[in-house]
Design a protein. Structure first.
Length: 112
């Protein structure tokens, strides 16, 4: 089996063109402690600012979409998927592309 790199795929730079911004809603009160509600306000402010320029998809736990919409507004799409943390860099999908413009997702094992 060939790797994505061997197939001509690469991970684009973070600042490169993309179709949308993917974020995750703060979900673990134990992680955030006393600043849990403030974290939600801050994430919502960031999402609203980005949504002025491109689509934003906010991953949230099932049952939290209404809270996301209330905080972020109609310009942010809530996507209910079970999550444990709001740091998608470690747990979210990784997209790669090739020179023909094809996009694929890769799976890796995050070992934290």
């Amino acid at each position: 089996m060939r790797t994505p790199r061997e197939e001509g795929f690469r991970m684009p730079a973070e600042w490169g063109p993309h179709q949308a911004t993917l974020m995750a809603w703060p979900t673990r009160k134990a992680l955030w402690g006393a600043v849990f509600e403030q974290a939600k306000e801050d994430y919502a402010a960031i999402a609203r600012a980005i949504a002025g320029f491109e689509p934003v998809i906010m991953v949230c736990n099932p049952g939290e979409a209404l809270e996301v919409r209330d905080h972020c507004g109609a310009g942010v799409e809530a996507l209910e998927i079970p999550i444990d943390d709001s740091w998608l860099r470690d747990s979210g999908p990784i997209f790669v592309c090739d020179q023909r413009g094809q996009v694929a997702m890769v799976h890796f094992r995050f070992n934290a």
